[in-house]
Write a protein that binds this ligand. Structure first.
Ligand code: IVH
Length: 778
């Protein structure tokens, strides 16, 4: 399909029908609060329309619901002059202020009896103005200083609650004013995403909405969960004004723009007060922030008569709610342990009333958040509390910091079980490593251990685990194997039969293979696949539980994060004790008993050096190629540690490389660690099946890949060749048995030719793999 193909008539019709349907569903959803279909159905039709429009770009119309994804970023917003200024509201802080307001309205109008008011929630977001010409959205603008705002049309167009075209009988021009807000749910989700991505976290939904509306890149704005509610009409052309504000709101709704569902007609002050107290009560459950309610005289002729005083209407007043932000003092920070071991700092506060509730605790999320806030114990802090959301510390008042303010420190040990606390590489959440014994995690750990994909202990469901722990019969997984049938039978809803079945299931689970047991231990980051890879590589639990992360990194798919998590888990003596207890109870954790040949083949000096560098050993300024040269030349860490300058230069290093090795040699703790890791590698190699790798077809060959391959990546080629027993090196030396050269091969090819080493092309490589039943996709 080419771009110029005009869409066939039936396609045009189909697209228009889809558009109408989607717009109608949006109207039902946002304006009528009465969704016509589940979200998935909307999404399905939306995709259908997107596809049609992609096939026939001529179909795209500016009011299509697909056109809400944002446009190219702007350099700056254009200024917009408001034809009718956007004013503010006078405030009433208590019942007396409100009575005064009502009295003044009576006096000015010179009327008696209850006045008809419209009461509306005062939404805590940003005021915006929307201009529709002939029913089409032509401009969205911020309030600015009330006289001049900014043109944010491209951002406004991304809000699904703002129709791009009005419905029904539309006026020639209408300017609608309202508030853009972010829901609590949207706000929490946005902040979670921001936190995850290491981006700015917003203090409250209002700030988040403001930041989003002022995005120069509307594609970012499109991702932000913004909502719009209309509350007034500022200009109307091509038709007469109605009699009342409530008529206007009804028109706005009919045009397809959302008006807040809480808006009510109220007669007299007592009705206003009832409205106020009712909505204040339900404030938390609304799902978005409101900072009060607004009362407006309903009759527009009266509004006109009352007029304005110093930029605020005399016909309306804002009746404020208690603030959702307050200032208090941080007394202390305590650390809580979640069910999965996540350590969360919690602020202990000088109790303070926020939004009508006493707040004495607030979440601090993690240590990064504390650093971001630059929070110290003793600081004065701003607390925000909205809805049912846990109160949070929003900011620190730095100028009120007392001299004795103390920094917040992550404890070294878990406050529940005393195990080490560990923060995985690249993460912000610290975790307790005592997963097997930690009281905060014990139930989850046992449930996971018993689960079907782990030890598959039939009959040991969540309820029973809870009961066993609550009764004090089981504290950790090894205790399961100490249970006796009588104890279990005495538990509620257990009988002798179920108890006997459980005993049998426990007995059976003792035979679970090593991979299952590893997965069942619930080590962070260790899923079933990683557990299998670890079991295959090491062959038995004892080698694995002692292994330095440097060795773990040689297991397929194990990266730094996983390696450190495993090491941290086994480093914790409590965990080792539970594993000993498991083994003593007869759990077999049976593996192949010997490390795998492929794994052991990878455990050479090059691997140790490359991994050590990845784990921040002092090897800066020495590249992969040089590390390979060192590995090939020295063979063992002992030889490298004893090497002098001359030997190092002989291995092919340059001066900078020699210096790097010198630094490593001078680092006693890294030397000890590498020597220890080397000993572990040697021990594994001694136990590996000698024959298996020797019997592989390419055993003993050292190959080099160079140039670019077209049908497989170099990494894949390397992995396949290694499966066949070959060693794949990164540089050509006398030991190289042959070189496979792809397109545009350079210095390695030249070196091979100089040394007279056989060179073959990609076809030969594929033929060699095929000969042994391997294809690039396999
Ligand atoms: S009417 C002439 N109605 O409050 C005054 N304002 O302090 C027109 N606000 O900037 C405003 N909810 O952003 C009105 N239901 C509501 C409102 C509302 C929130 C905001 C608005 C305005 C501020 C005035």
């Amino acid at each position: 399909m080419t771009r110029s193909t005009p869409p066939p008539a039936e396609i045009t019709e189909q697209a228009s029908a889809l558009r109408d349907k989607l717009n109608d569903w949006s109207y039902r959803y946002y304006v009528l609060d009465d969704p016509a279909v589940p979200d998935v159905e909307y999404d399905r039709l939306f995709r259908e329309l997107s596809k049609l429009e992609a096939d026939y770009p001529a179909l795209v119309s500016p009011d299509s619901p697909t056109q809400r994804v944002g446009d190219r970023p702007l350099d700056a917003f254009e200024e917009v002059r408001h034809e009718v200024p956007m004013l503010s509201l006078g405030n009433a802080f208590d019942d007396d202020d409100l009575t005064d307001f009502d009295r003044r309205v009576h006096e000015r109008l010179n009327v008696s009896g209850d006045i008809d008011y419209i009461a509306e929630p005062k939404l805590d977001g940003l005021a915006v103005s929307l201009v529709y010409e002939q029913g089409e959205l032509v401009r969205g603008a911020t309030r600015g200083d009330g006289e001049t705002g900014e043109d944010i049309t491209s951002n406004i167009r991304t809000l699904r609650s703002v129709p791009l075209r009005l419905r029904g009988d539309v006026p020639a021009l209408v300017e609608i004013r309202g508030e853009v807000v972010m829901t609590h749910q949207g706000f929490e989700a946005l902040n979670a995403r921001q936190r995850e991505a290491g981006n700015k976290v917003f203090a409250n939904p209002r700030n988040a909405a403001a930041g989003s509306l002022r995005q120069l890149d509307s594609r970012i704005a499109a991702e932000r969960p913004l909502d719009f509610f209309a509350y007034s009409v500022a200009r109307l052309e091509g038709r007469d004004w109605p009699r009342r504000h409530s008529d206007l709101l009804a028109w706005v709704r009919d045009w397809g723009i959302r008006v807040n569902r809480e808006v009510r007609q109220c007669q007299g002050v007592s009705a206003l007060l009832a409205f106020y107290h009712d909505i204040l009560e339900r404030r938390a459950a609304l799902g978005y922030d409101i900072d009060g309610v607004v009362y407006k005289v309903d009759r527009l002729d009266w509004q006109e008569q009352l007029g304005f005083v110093s930029r605020a209407p005399r016909w309306a007043v804002a009746h404020k709610f208690p603030a959702q932000e307050e200032i208090t003092v941080l007394r202390d920070v305590e650390f809580q342990v979640g069910r999965t071991g996540a350590i969360t700092p919690v602020a202990r506060l000088e109790p303070v009333q926020v939004g009508g509730v006493t707040v004495s605790n607030a979440t601090l999320h993690n240590m990064d958040e504390i650093a971001r806030l630059d929070l110290r114990i003793g600081d004065s802090v701003v607390i925000y509390r909205a809805g049912d959301v846990i109160p949070k510390v929003v900011s620190v008042l730095a100028d009120r910091r007392p001299d004795d303010a103390r920094p917040v420190q992550l404890p070294a040990a878990c406050p529940v079980c005393g195990s080490d606390i560990f923060t995985p590489e690249g993460e912000v959440i610290a975790r307790c490593t005592g997963g097997l014994i930690c009281g905060a995690q014990q139930k989850e750990a046992i449930k996971h251990f018993a689960s079907r994909r782990a030890m598959d202990i039939e009959g040991l469901g969540d309820k029973l685990v809870e009961a066993l722990v609550d009764q004090g019969l089981v504290n950790h997984i090894a205790d399961l194997y100490r249970l006796d049938a009588e104890q279990v039978a005495r538990l509620e809803r257990m009988g002798e039969k179920s108890a006997a079945n459980l005993m049998a299931a426990l007995e059976k689970s003792k035979q679970m293979p090593l991979a299952r047991v590893l997965f069942a231990l619930g080590i962070m980051q260790i899923g079933e696949e990683t557990a299998k890879a670890l079991a295959r590589a090491f062959g038995d639990l004892n080698a694995l539980r002692e292994a330095d992360p440097l060795l773990l990194l040689a297991v397929p798919d194990v990266g730094q994060k996983v390696a450190q998590s495993i090491a941290a888990f086994f480093h914790e003596q409590h965990n080792q004790d539970v594993i000993d207890a498991l083994l003593a109870q007869g759990v077999q954790a049976q593996g192949e008993d010997r490390p795998s040949a492929e794994f052991v083949a990878r455990l050479d000096l090059v691997h140790l050096l490359v991994s050590a560098k990845a784990l921040q050993a002092p090897l800066d300024g020495i590249g992969q190629t040089s590390l390979e040269k060192l590995g090939a030349h020295f063979g063992t860490f002992a030889a490298l540690r004893d090497a002098d300058d001359e030997a190092l230069l002989q291995s092919g290093l340059n001066a900078a490389g020699v210096e790097a090795v010198r630094r490593l040699q001078a680092d006693r703790s890294w030397c000890a660690r590498l020597a220890h890791a080397q000993a572990q590698c040697d021990a594994l190699r001694d136990r590996a099946p000698a024959s298996s790798s020797a019997s592989l077809p390419l055993a003993g060959e050292t190959l080099v890949l160079t140039g670019s391959l077209s049908r497989l990546t170099r990494d894949d080629a390397k992995a396949l060749l290694e499966q066949l027993g070959a060693k794949v090196a990164g540089s050509v030396s006398k030991k190289t048995s042959r070189v496979f050269a792809g397109e545009a091969a350079g210095s390695k090819l030249k070196k091979a030719e100089e040394l007279g080493i056989p060179v073959q092309d990609e076809d030969a490589l594929l033929a060699l793999l095929a000969e042994h039943g391997l294809t690039p996709d396999s």
